[in-house]
Every structure is written in C-alpha cells, then in structure tokens.
Design a binder for this molecule. Sequence first.
Ligand SMILES: [Zn+2]
Length: 329
Amino acid sequence: MCSALTNSSSCNSLTAAAAGNSAESQIRAFKRLSDPLHSLILEYAKGRAPHALMLSGPFGVGKATLARLLCMALLCVSADRPCGDCPGCRRAGDGSHVNLITLRALPGSRTVKVEQARDLTASLAGHPFSAGPRVVVMESVDIFTPAAQNALLKAVEEPDEATFFILTAVQEKAVLPTIRSRCRHVRMPLWPQNMIEEWLIARGVPSPEAPELAALCGGSPGKAMQIRDDEGFWAVRKAAEQSIFAVRDVHGFPAASAILKDQRDRADLLLDYAENAAMRSIDPKVPDNEKTIRARRILEAVLTARKHRASNVSWQAAADEILLSSLEE
Ligand SMILES: [Zn+2]
C-alpha cells in the first residue's frame, strides 16, 4: 500500500468519539442524538448502504466515530452487525482490514494532493482485496485540493457494486458539487449540553469542570476536550469577557480596545468565542429583551469582522467595530 493511503486509526479519535467505546454504546449514543443517524447505521447493518455517503459537521461532533461504525457494519462477519467483537469489526476498528482503505492528509500536510488521489484510484484497480464489501474512507475531503477531488470523481461516480465510499467534511461547500451530488449527504447534529456533560464525566473530567466545558464547546464534545487544555482559548475567553461582553459605555472603550489589540494573533479564535458566547446569550423565547438584542448586534459585528479580515482590514479596526456594536445605544 502506498504512503498516501493509510489505515483508519484516526477514525478512532478520542476527541470525535461518541459517548462510549464499545460499538454497542456508540450506537446507543447516536440513537439518543438523532433518529436519522440510528436509521443510517441500521441501513449499513442490513446491507442497504448507499454507495457513497458524506458526513459533514463541525470538528468533534462524531463524524470519524460514525464513519468507523459504518465501516464495521459493512465488514462485520457476525449476524448482529456491527457486533464490535468479530475479526471484521476489530480490523475495521483499528484500520487493519484488508478491504478498508483510508485517504487522508499525510502527517504535517494540510491537504491531500492529486498524486495521493491517483494512488488511491490505482490501488482500487490493483489492490488484492478479499471477498466481500470494500470500503474507502476519505477523511476531511473538504481539504483535498480541487485537482485531487476531480481525480476521485470517476471512482465515486462509477463504483463497482462491492465498493462503498464514506466521506467526511467540516466545510461541505469546499467539496466539489460534482462529488457532493454523487453522495448521500448527512449533516451531523450538534450535541445537547447534558449529553456532552455526561460524555466528559465518563472520560474523567471532574463534574464542576464538565458543565462549563459543555456550555462553551458549541455542541461539540471533541471541542470540549480540545479547549480543556488550550491556554489560547482561556486567554481569548478572558479577553472577550473583559472587553466585548463587559463594555457598557464610551468611557470603557479605550481599555477594552487595548485588551482586544493584544489578541491580534488569536483573532480568529476570539471571533469564534465571541460568536458562540453571543449565541448562548440569545433567548429565543424573549427576542426583545436587551441581552438578546445586544447579542444579535455582536453576532452581526463578528460576521462583518470576518469579512473585514478577509479583505485585510486591520484587526484593531475590526475589533473596535465589534466593541462599538456592543455598546448600549
Ligand atoms: Zn462484527
């Protein structure tokens, strides 16, 4: 097997895992999360899998875990699929199954290049697969170069009956429409806070810390785990809370502006934090209360700030605009 094609061990990512480690507990968690996800697993288990599937959603919501479970459902050799215990499931789970190929960015690379895609198509033609279904997992297909995606189009478009493609993506619009249109598309839902809290506690996060992380992670258990030890996140949180969410009038503006100026290197992280925090402040039941109105103004300002950053407007100017929007009228 060429270096571009690796086993699916990253499918086993802790940060993207569902609410337990066994196949059974993962299926239970996905069922609790969403009926359509559970139906999807059943389709794969009953031999009615679509020939190509794209799972999309933010980082850490369980795309890789679900993809691994679906691989197991296809490659399981027991009657109760996916059992999680048979040789088929175990090898699908650790990526060593001879009928499983995973295409992903090489270590240190932020993309998948056309050469890797060509290696995959050559491998599909020449790889000595054993009998039964074969599965191709394309991880984060949104970071594949357009040339790589184009090179894969024919394989996805005209698979043989025994080949199944499972694609994952964070930014679905970065996937070529020609690829998307060949796939059944499933958007992963965000997790409710109580499920994330339970998930964190099951992984040893102390109970006073778990609710806070669950509230801050934007519905992604993987993100909750990631921010736990991320000093940058906590620095950005402090800065945003002391500036955007604290300033009330023009007198506080210079100090708040200075705080944000210092966060220039973490600007994108700060905008993400401000967006999530503003979303949490919106109470749809009382759309007219002052807190909700202010949160909506901040959300709009964050959107504008992102556009400004894309047009090379200085961070200070973009940050000051957010501050102005957060001032009481
Ligand atoms: Zn099995």
